[in-house]
Write a protein that binds this ligand. Structure first.
Ligand SMILES: CC(C)NC(=O)[C@H](Cc1c[nH]c2ccccc12)NC(=O)[C@H](CCCC/N=C(/NCCC(=O)O)S[C@H]1O[C@H](COP(=O)(O)OP(=O)(O)OC[C@H]2O[C@@H](n3cnc4c(N)ncnc43)[C@H](O)[C@@H]2O)[C@@H](O)[C@H]1O)NC(=O)OCc1ccccc1
Length: 224
């Protein structure tokens, strides 16, 4: 028994903290077609528009508070007698503000800025401007440290090792549409790992157990 628990989370985990999910009728992608704001092409075409989109997201995330699901996962990570890998597609820091010690942000984080020229990373100002010079190479090529569509997600090796070190895979608040994250449950099954889904409604993916309901209810219930 390896004992590790692999928790993959998505926008549904932060929905009750007031952060829009992506695909709901009033989803983020509704009023900002993804190809206009979350692709390198969009950034090359209209960097101001992309910066405004992520400045808005950064402001919303700063105003949001962790909910009982974030805190329950932080508690599980602190109390479980084996590693609890909190892998998230979310770019907000509500798991950390909920007390989580270590979070793997596979799609980046709103709190970081990235120099598109030299790759230097630093803490993002609340309002980021394309003209902000990189503190290392000085070029004005500042972008949000976010993984856009067509870009390779972060920490894929760490994620693979975490999966191989786990006995249980739990998917929370994700529709399972975006790859490679959407393929992790299948990878877990092929490793013989037990799989669970905690989601408002079953996403339709194959899991050994599905518990439907609000994350703020089903996650603390499961952790308890
Ligand atoms: C649209 C999709 C088909 N396209 C892709 O998957 C693409 C292309 C692709 C790659 N492989 C493929 C294979 C097949 C088809 C397509 C592809 N993938 C990529 O481009 C990725 C890069 C993808 C990352 C893009 N960046 C994001 N985010 C950062 C930006 C930003 O945030 O602005 S993705 C973004 O959208 C996704 C949104 O999904 P969810 O989080 O699940 O949110 P959603 O709204 O959909 O669902 C919410 C769920 O919660 C539930 N819910 C709601 N409220 C609650 C509640 N209260 N409680 C509980 N549950 C709740 C709902 O019922 C629902 O089920 C998240 O991943 C999120 O991070 N890069 C890549 O593949 O590089 C090469 C590669 C390949 C292999 C290995 C290495 C590299």
């Amino acid at each position: 028994m390896k004992g590790g628990i692999f928790v993959l989370s998505g926008a549904g985990l932060s929905a009750e903290s007031g952060l829009k999910t992506f695909r709901a009728e009033d989803g983020l992608w509704e009023d900002h077609p993804v190809e206009d704001v979350a692709t390198p092409e969009a950034f090359a075409r209209d960097p101001e528009l992309v910066q405004r989109f992520y400045n808005m997201r950064r402001e919303q995330a700063a105003k949001a508070e962790p909910n009982p699901a974030h805190r329950a996962l932080a508690r599980l990570q602190a109390e479980h007698d084996a590693p609890v890998y909190l892998v998230t597609q979310n770019v907000d820091d509500l798991l950390e503000r909920g007390g989580a010690r270590e979070v793997i942000h596979m799609h980046g984080a709103l709190k970081d800025a990235l120099c598109a020229t030299c790759g230097h990373r630093w803490a993002a100002p609340m309002v980021m401007d394309i003209k902000d010079p990189c503190p290392t190479c000085g070029t004005p090529a500042t972008r949000p440290d976010i993984v856009w569509f067509g870009e390779i997600p972060y920490h894929m090796d760490t994620i693979q090792e975490a999966l191989e070190d786990s006995d249980l895979f739990v998917s929370i608040g994700t529709s399972g549409v975006v790859y490679p994250a959407a393929g992790f449950s299948q990878m877990a099954r092929s490793l013989g790992i037990r799989t669970m889904e905690l989601n408002l409604a079953a996403s339709g993916g194959r899991f050994d157990e599905v518990r439907e309901g609000l994350a703020s209810v089903v996650v603390p219930d499961w952790v308890a």
